[in-house]
Design a binder for this molecule. Structure first.
Ligand SMILES: *Cc1c(COP(=O)(O)O)cnc(C)c1O
Length: 380
């Protein structure tokens, strides 16, 4: 073991005004899942996303995905197409609804939903007698999925898109912000995301009625009567006014912090430019703009030099530096092994050779030097 201080893959990074908004909540006694910070945070997000966005602040991104599926009408017995390479939170709410996930492979340009595999899956499932009810599409690591192609398929077969933009706040495609492409969009403010509320999430829609319905369901589906009257099953999914205060402070620094993550991506591109075994995952062309939430690399194994992604992870670990394999595809997870998968093992190959590198917006020059020294030494 080393006594060197831990370098995390992605750490919270406060802007400074978070405390002020929390203090306001305490001073006014809005210590509840209702209050002025929530409304102001939603307003900040709506202005940021533009394009007629309506935002409901929720307790997590997972809660937003769950409510999103409910609002798209997903019920017991339905099937839902879901990107296989993702965090399990993209898929778990399909099961909460009693529906069945069908996993779809990635393509190599963005590592997200493969349009070809998606269309094959839809055709096959229709042939089997059941049309899938929704598509869960993810912008992994901040890189937008093939928005136009996926939208064209969704429109052609009339299947709505649930856009999991949990990792992509600040990213955009052809100048339009991620989170606004789905029939419903989802954001996350968990501790390791681009901005954080310690824990939190949001549902994004272009319809005010959908936002209102999301808030209604998130606050126990209580009808507007003096007593507690319920006609629908509700959830306790609203964000707290304290957490929303953190979110307001974070929105003030979203753009500069995103730029710092993009600088981290450049930092790695520069380190690896003469290292043959490594490719840094980058956007395919200028239509795509990534927040580079995490910088990720693919490593071609080199047996002679004892180089592969596991050896690098262990080398980082010995220096007390956190790195992490890519998301393990859902169709390879024991809990989802019984479900159908369409693809050609693209995501599996990515998982076998990829690694996420420390990418936070608050790494010091000294920490960056430790990372750089290790990498230069490892690939020598
Ligand atoms: C973080 C994340 C989520 C879940 O968000 P929480 O706020 O942690 O519930 C969902 N999908 C993806 C792709 C994520 O990275």
């Amino acid at each position: 073991m080393t006594d060197k201080k831990k370098i995390w893959i992605s750490k919270p990074h406060m802007g400074g005004n978070e405390e002020k908004y929390i203090q306001e909540a305490l001073d006014s006694n809005w210590v509840a899942p209702i209050g002025p910070n929530i409304n102001a945070f939603e307003n900040d997000l709506e202005l940021y996303l533009g394009e007629n966005s309506h935002v409901a602040a929720l307790s997590s991104g997972t809660a937003a995905i769950h409510l999103g599926l409910i609002l798209l009408g997903i019920k017991t017995g339905d099937t839902v197409l879901c990107q296989s390479m993702t965090f399990s939170a993209s898929a778990n709410p399909i099961i909460y609804q009693g529906a069945t996930p069908i996993f779809i492979d990635s393509e190599l340009d963005t590592w997200n939903l493969c349009p070809k595999a998606l269309e094959i899956a839809i055709k096959e499932e229709i042939k089997k007698g059941k049309k899938p009810k929704a598509i869960v599409a993810v912008h992994l690591y901040g890189v937008p999925y093939k928005v136009d192609e996926i939208r064209a398929i969704a429109n052609h077969y009339k299947i709505p898109i649930l856009e999991d933009s949990a990792e992509a706040l600040g990213s955009s495609y052809k100048g339009k912000k991620c989170g606004t492409f789905g029939d419903i969009g989802v954001l996350s403010f968990n501790g390791n995301k681009v901005i954080t509320t310690s824990g939190g999430g949001a549902l994004v829609t272009n319809k005010k009625e959908i936002k209102d319905k999301a808030i209604f369901l998130a606050t126990q589906a209580r009808e507007n009567t003096p007593h507690y009257q319920h006609k629908e099953i509700g959830y306790n999914y609203r964000l707290s006014n304290i957490c929303a205060g953190i979110g307001r402070g974070q929105m003030e620094v979203l753009n500069p912090h995103m730029q710092l993550r993009r600088d981290m991506h450049e930092f790695y591109v520069d380190i690896f430019k003469n290292i043959d075994e490594v490719t840094v995952f980058s956007v395919p062309n200028n239509d795509y703009y990534s927040n580079y939430w995490l910088t990720t690399i693919l490593i071609t194994p080199n047996k002679q030099k004892n180089i592969d992604k596991d050896a690098l992870r262990v080398a980082f670990d010995e220096e007390n530096i956190e790195s992490r394999p890519l998301w393990k595809p859902m169709h390879l997870q024991p809990v989802f092994s019984e479900y159908t998968y369409y693809g050609n093992n693209v995501s599996e190959n990515l998982f076998n050779t990829g690694l996420c590198l420390p990418s936070g917006s608050n790494l010091t020059d000294l920490e960056k030097q430790r990372i750089k020294d290790l990498l230069i030494n490892f690939f020598k």
